[in-house]
Design a protein around this ligand. Structure first.
Ligand SMILES: Nc1ncnc2c1ncn2[C@@H]1O[C@H](COP(=O)(O)OP(=O)(O)OP(=O)(O)O)[C@@H](O)[C@H]1O
Length: 229
């Protein structure tokens, strides 16, 4: 499935937190490429660096050394960010899905999804229309006017996925997206991610400990102590 230009490229990325005796080397030289249409798992014991990888790909955290390239454009190299507006880059290029779906409690399903579209510049009408389509696509259209506290775990996760897909990101980062779901709902989420990878030619990275979905990836990257094994 991998095309010529990878969507995500990590080149010898190192990351440490703290200095001196408090220094923790979270990533000690990690390189990988992920192409359009790929669904890749990221596994490893607690503390091995998975969240650090996800946060660097998501441009939330700067590497200490090494290079990050997203969709063919150098994003971090030579010790600095090369894109002036990381917030816009995140909004336009990257969709995040978290275990605890982080929906805003005071907004309905529709408004949770429409918000990210409006932040990216869509009018309120366009945003709500596209939000409705996405909720239908994820089979939670009937819950469009519900607030997060009124949704089941599986429904909330699908609304969160709708939100992550709203701006048609080429890169989707998911942190334990199925951990809170039963086996059947976990498979539905993986089916959806696969469908999005194919339809949107997206690269999808899923941090997971979940044995229910381990056979659903094209590849699994395994981290140990800040290195890929
Ligand atoms: N902000 C921080 N300050 C200091 N150390 C940190 C910080 N964030 C992470 N670390 C350390 O960096 C290492 C890698 O952490 P990271 O969160 O990336 O691991 P992980 O594989 O995601 O773990 P888990 O599965 O428990 O979430 C760990 O030793 C962790 O304690």
């Amino acid at each position: 499935m991998t095309q010529a230009a990878p969507l995500i490229r990590f080149a010898d990325v190192k990351k440490h937190y703290g200095e001196g005796t408090a220094r923790v080397d979270a990533l000690r030289g990690v390189s990988f490429e992920i192409g359009a249409g790929e669904v890749v798992g990221l596994r490893g014991p607690s503390g091995s660096g998975k969240t650090t990888v996800l946060n660097i790909v998501g441009c939330i955290l700067a590497p200490s050394e090494g290079e990050l390239t997203l969709a063919g454009a150098a994003v971090y190299a030579g010790g600095r960010w090369l894109r002036p507006d990381l917030r816009r880059l995140r909004l336009e290029t990257i969709g995040f899905i978290f275990q605890f779906h982080n929906l805003l409690p005071f907004l309905t399903s529709t408004d949770n999804v429409a918000l990210v579209l409006q932040l990216a510049g869509a009018s309120a009408g366009t945003a709500r229309r596209r939000a409705g389509e996405l909720l239908d696509y994820l089979d939670v259209g009937h819950r469009r006017d519900a607030f997060p506290s009124q949704l089941s775990g599986g429904e909330a996760q699908r609304v969160a996925i709708a939100r992550a897909l709203a701006n048609r990101p080429r890169i989707i980062l998911a942190d334990e997206p199925t951990a809170a779901l039963d086996s059947q709902r976990a498979q539905v989420v993986m089916d959806l991610l696969r469908q999005v990878a194919l339809e949107q030619e997206a690269a999808i990275v899923v941090v997971t400990h979940d044995d229910k979905i381990v056979d659903r990836f094209d590849r699994v990257l395994e981290l140990r102590d800040g290195l890929l094994v």
